[in-house]
Design a protein around this ligand. Structure first.
Ligand SMILES: [Zn+2]
Length: 270
């Protein structure tokens, strides 16, 4: 069975801190960390749905499929034209940047992995954002220290991705197939992640978006579940997209740690 996972590179990182350190967050920080975790998961969900579209329709892919589906995810969220989806994209940039900052030393396998490096993934999203709306996403691109020339040429990157996605998916537009969303029990450890995903409605939002846009040949299930690892998968055999509660938890842990470190840096000295 072939399973397409999003973040081999991230597996094993973070996740360690949620318990004790999470309790040091203020209520406001906790809410903001919840939102960050859900937003990054929203991006990952569209990444997996990108794998699904490629496999259901047999769409040709030149280059890394993992890069292609990051582009589909970014384009799909931009197409929502909502402040929430825009925020999810800038949170995804920061999520990949944080993941990169946790890498102490690269190994050879990082360079031949199916996925681009975390920081490259951050810049892939940044480029399409600033390419689609140079003024609207200038802050994100400047934060990422992308120089003005590259910000400008990202306009071509975005136009090419937009034209390619439109041309390749055009034959499959339609509304034939509903997509079901299932939440497995998050249990004692991940119950909060189950509740946070449910409350956000992002799984249902993505399901409605995709089923209202494409004539999928087969029914799809999006399943939020415990997987034993912080990851997400599309399984072409069962036509299921699995979103692991451990992934939501990992993103929460990453941003919580980042918040606590910033608090320490900001604290008065002496
Ligand atoms: Zn993937």
């Amino acid at each position: 069975m072939r399973r397409l996972s999003i973040i081999v590179a991230l597996a094993g990182l973070a996740a360690a801190l949620t318990g004790a350190q999470a309790q040091q967050l203020t209520e406001e920080q906790t809410l903001s960390a919840d939102e960050f975790a859900v937003n990054n998961t929203w991006f990952v969900l569209y990444h997996e749905l990108g794998h699904m579209l490629i496999h259901q329709f047999g769409i040709p892919v030149l280059g890394k499929e993992e890069d292609a589906v990051d582009n589909i995810a970014t384009y799909s969220l931009l197409a929502q034209q909502s402040p929430e989806a825009d925020q999810a994209l800038t949170d995804a940039i920061y999520g990949w940047e944080l993941a990169d900052s946790q890498v102490e030393e690269f190994e050879v396998s990082d360079f031949y992995d199916e996925h681009s490096l975390d920081l490259q993934r951050a810049y892939g999203i940044t480029c399409l954002l600033v390419g689609s709306d140079p003024d609207g996403f200038a802050d994100a691109a400047n934060y990422m220290e992308m120089d003005p020339d590259r910000q400008e040429s990202c306009g071509f990157d975005f136009a090419q991705v937009e034209a390619s996605i439109s041309a390749l998916l055009q034959p499959y537009l339609g509304t034939d197939q509903p997509i079901s969303v299932v939440y497995e029990d998050g249990g004692e450890v991940y119950g909060w992640a189950e509740e946070a995903l449910k409350a956000s409605g992002v799984l249902e939002l993505a399901a409605t978006d995709i089923s209202a846009s494409f004539a999928l040949p087969r029914p799809i299930t999006i399943r939020a579940t415990q997987c034993g690892e912080p990851n997400a998968f599309y399984d072409p055999e069962t036509e299921e997209v699995s979103i692991c509660y451990e992934l939501v938890d990992m993103y929460f842990g990453m941003i919580a740690e980042d918040m606590l470190m910033s608090d320490e840096e900001d604290a008065p000295q002496g």
